[in-house]
Design a binder for this molecule. Structure first.
Ligand code: LLP
Length: 419
């Protein structure tokens, strides 16, 4: 459920008509609904809290790192899952206590590990034994102890797009399942490390519960095995990945079914269960508002050329992702068209042969479900501006990220004197 609804024929974010934001800020622009974000954060948290006695939820900052979004989630009791020094600083700037931050990622640098140790990071999710030993050395040299989990690759097919699947043996993430117990023992022997758990994340936009269940069952077996060898395993991080409906009316397992499955699998674990959700919290909390530049006839269907492009929302070009396209003031007429952006390559295509509302030059439209992996993956290809972000709260709204103009980016470039 979200708070993007038509009122008197005009699409609103909560009580704000989208044309009002477009007129003031210009297009393209991401618009987030505070009420939707809050609702999603609570539904996910409450479904798990009702069933799991010890729970920690770390929002996957990569899905939407906007400071206002992080601040809102912090106020809902969310920690953060970060994958870079930059994300760590954002989480801290948003007021998320360092102790509630989990650091994931295969390529944490020494500088990032040291900074995280110094601020009192809650948990390092180690992705290799080498990383663990490096971290132990850094901790030793500072007289500190790093609290860690070992990320394990459970070798389960998440059934999701190949580019966002992470839990199969051939993926770069985590350590091989069969070697994890021995590694855990070796790392636990290092005084600089407090090994406390295991972590897994099998992929993103996972749309059925079966692969997650299979992965969690395997993680439980591993946990029992490691405990059997005398090591403490008090925290089990089950990652993120729960998918969201990208098409209006699509039915997927929601937080309640997910929580029931987790509670069932983990009933005898006696551990703090941790999660790293991203998309399920923010995905349907945002839309990308765009203006139709013109409609150009095509061979089989017309091209609706919009002022948003693959640099603003890369998911269709990168993962063949579907984002619903709705006119902000629909006439009721429908047509079949191709929706494309202005960038000079064919992959700048949002949809081909899609049935959509009839739109004409100057009309506003939205791409739905753009709150996750939208603005954060934007870039300035074709010397386009970096897309701005707005948050709506009832009848008020605020710009939460400025449009970065090409002139600002140009000003950061230099021509060497020898040219
Ligand atoms: N934890 C870890 C270790 C992750 O790698 C990810 C996502 C998450 C949590 C959050 O997953 P979520 O709950 O959002 O599915 N750019 C792609 C998605 C990449 C996901 C990468 N890792 C997209 O636009 O679909």
């Amino acid at each position: 459920m979200d708070h993007f609804d038509y009122k008197d024929g005009v699409l609103h974010a909560e009580d704000v008509p989208l044309p009002a934001i477009a007129a003031a800020v210009g297009t393209p622009v991401y618009v987030y609904s505070r009420a939707t974000l809050t609702r999603h954060a609570r539904v996910f948290r409450d479904a798990l809290a009702a069933r799991l006695p010890r729970l920690h939820i770390a929002f996957a900052v990569k899905a939407n790192p906007n400071l206002a979004v992080l601040r809102l989630l912090a106020s809902e009791g969310y920690g953060a899952d970060v994958v870079s020094g930059g994300e760590l600083e954002r989480a801290l700037a948003a007021g998320i206590p360092a102790a509630d931050v989990v650091f994931s990622g295969v390529g944490k640098t020494r500088a990032e590990l040291a900074r995280a140790l110094d601020v009192g990071l809650g948990q390092f999710n180690l992705e290799s034994e080498e990383e663990g030993h490096e971290l132990a050395d850094i901790a030793d040299s500072r007289g500190l102890t790093a609290t860690c989990a070992l990320r394990v690759n459970p070798d389960v097919d998440a059934g999701t797009h190949a580019k966002i699947s992470t839990g199969k043996a051939e993926n770069k993430f985590g350590v091989p399942y069969d070697r994890a117990a021995a590694m855990y023992a070796r790392l636990a022997a290092r005084p600089g490390l407090a090994m406390r758990g295991l972590a897994a994340h099998i992929g993103s936009q996972v749309t059925s519960l079966a692969p997650s269940r299979a992965a969690f069952v395997r993680m439980g077996d591993l946990m029992h095995g490691i405990r059997g060898e005398g090591h403490a395993v008090t925290h089990m991080d089950l990652g993120g990945g729960l998918g969201v409906p990208y098409k209006l009316g699509e039915q997927l397992p929601g937080p309640d079914e997910y929580a029931a499955m987790v509670a069932d699998v983990t009933a005898d674990w006696d551990a703090t269960i941790m999660f790293e959700p991203g998309r399920v919290i923010v995905g349907n909390s945002g839309v990308l508002v765009t203006e139709v530049i013109r409609v150009k006839p095509g061979v089989s269907a017309p091209f609706v050329v919009v002022d948003a492009a693959m640099n603003d929302l890369v998911r269709p070009a990168m993962y063949d992702a579907w984002h619903d396209f709705l006119a902000v003031t629909p006439t009721g007429e429908r047509t079949v068209a191709n929706i494309v952006g202005p960038i000079c390559e064919s992959s700048d295509t949002f949809a081909m042969g899609r049935e959509i509302d009839v739109v004409k030059a100057g009309d506003l439209a939205v791409f739905r479900t753009a709150g996750a992996y939208g603005a954060t993956m934007a870039n300035t290809y074709n010397s386009r501006p970096l897309v701005p972000e707005v948050m709506v709260d009832g009848s008020r709204w605020a710009i939460v990220a400025d449009r970065i103009e090409p002139s600002t980016i140009l000003a950061a470039e230099r021509v060497p004197e020898w040219l």
